[in-house]
Write a protein that binds this ligand. Structure first.
Ligand code: SF4
Length: 413
């Protein structure tokens, strides 16, 4: 890599996968130089190599060679009676390799955020649903309602890239209106309000269904709600967005999501409206898309000889591990900033990026590269209509998840 090398990258670290991030790479260190993405800079630069980075494989607390780690992991795999694969975020080829491995060793494959996926899917399966893409929202919507509290922290550029972009094909983003329903951070709301039309309905998210019922009623409402109702009534293309994990602390997250979907369906009687749920930042959409086209199911699949089956309850990786219905968990994590929770009731092999942190040390740690930094890869954007190509920007010997998982699948000589 030449010094002073400036280039654009596609960011792998949340499901928006922005492709306009300019970085400068010097001596294998990358620095974000795009002015407009301050909120994401630390998120991206977190993946630089630091003094604390784990570039070497480990057996418990002891550093070991990469070959020894692969040999030890294969021994552990061959001795185990049941293996559960837990995906904490990897690219398309990483997921493919997990499925190949699972077919050889009769494993369960689950993504750590599957519970959020199933909350949204439940509505699609049971009630009917209308969705839209990021691009359609950016180009056509006139009112956007965000439900939640942390969605703007989890997807920091949702405002700049999708809701209030500089340019839009069919609408003037300056006249677009944003309604925030939930407990949004006052400072962030103030910042957005200083530039755009924003209404914040500060409320407990548990009250969402009741609020939506009021908004489609003819009842007399409080001043704030009345203004929101007027905005909604006038809208020609309304988009409702949320990230399911924001409802974690609610009494009944499924009911809340269902009420938003019902509200959107009812809006379509007189105008156009659609849902735009935002997936988690652990390559959730990449996992569900890849698993769907290979197995027909978006997650929670158990291989069994030449066949496999899907059951969202029986194949729940977290439950299987905590109930000790498996004796070996293999965790894969290439884009996760947060501490990964391992369970010491089972053996743990961790195939992860060099700055991974855990609650307990895994039995075996095998370092791998980040897709989009150490090797090329493909990931799916949250709306599932775009897959993005990620490039390599740093030189090192780190292999990809696919390389390592394929090595673990190889039969001993
Ligand atoms: S919004 Fe997400 S994809 Fe875009 S730069 Fe920030 S972390 Fe990366």
């Amino acid at each position: 890599m030449k010094p002073d090398n400036k280039r654009y990258i596609t960011c792998p670290f949340c499901s928006l996968h922005c492709d306009d991030i300019q970085v400068e790479v010097n001596d294998n260190r990358f620095k974000v130089i795009s002015e407009n993405i301050k909120d994401c800079t630390s998120k991206i630069e977190y993946f630089n190599i630091k003094n604390t980075s784990n570039l070497t494989a480990m057996f418990k607390n002891k550093k070991i060679t990469f070959k020894k780690a692969i040999d030890s992991a294969r021994r552990m795999i061959n001795r185990s009676d049941d293996i559960t694969l837990v995906n904490h975020g990897t690219d398309v080829n990483g997921v493919r390799s997990l499925l190949n491995f699972a077919a050889s060793y009769n494993c369960v494959v689950d993504h750590v955020n599957s519970k959020y996926l199933y909350r949204n899917l439940g509505i699609i399966q049971r009630k009917g649903y209308m969705a839209t893409s990021l691009t359609e929202t950016r180009n056509r919507s006139d009112v956007v309602i965000l439900f939640g509290n942390n969605i703007l922290k989890k997807s920091p550029r949702l405002i700049d890239k999708v809701i209030f972009p500089k340019h839009s094909l069919c609408t003037n983003p300056k006249s677009r209106k944003l309604i925030l329903v939930g407990d949004f951070d006052t400072g962030s709301v103030k910042k957005i309000k200083s530039k755009h039309h924003v209404k914040h309905l500060k409320t407990n998210l548990n009250d969402t269904p009741e609020i939506l019922t009021k908004l489609v009623s003819e009842d007399k409402l409080s001043k704030n709600l009345e203004e929101i109702r007027k905005t909604i009534k006038k809208s020609k293309y309304l988009v409702a967005s949320w990230t399911t994990s924001d409802f974690d602390k609610c009494h009944d997250p499924d009911y809340i999501i269902s009420s938003i979907s019902d509200f959107i369906l009812s809006m379509n009687k007189t105008s156009r409206a659609a849902c735009m749920p935002i997936a988690g930042s652990l390559a959730d959409a990449t996992s569900s898309q890849t698993m769907s086209w290979i197995t027909g199911f978006p997650s929670r699949v158990k291989f069994n000889g030449k066949s496999f089956f899907h059951d969202r309850n029986i194949c729940n990786g977290e439950e299987i591990i905590s109930n000790r219905n498996t004796d070996l968990a293999i965790h894969i994590s290439t884009v996760n900033h947060n501490k990964v929770m391992l369970n010491d009731k089972v053996k743990n092999i961790f195939i992860g990026h060099i700055n991974s942190t855990f609650n307990i040390r895994p039995d075996i740690f095998i370092p791998v590269g980040n897709p989009g930094i150490d090797h090329q890869g493909i990931m799916f954007r949250t709306d599932n209509v775009v897959s993005v190509l990620l490039d390599k920007i740093r030189e090192n010997d780190l292999l990809s998840t696919q390389d390592v998982v394929n090595m673990l699948s190889e039969v001993d000589d």
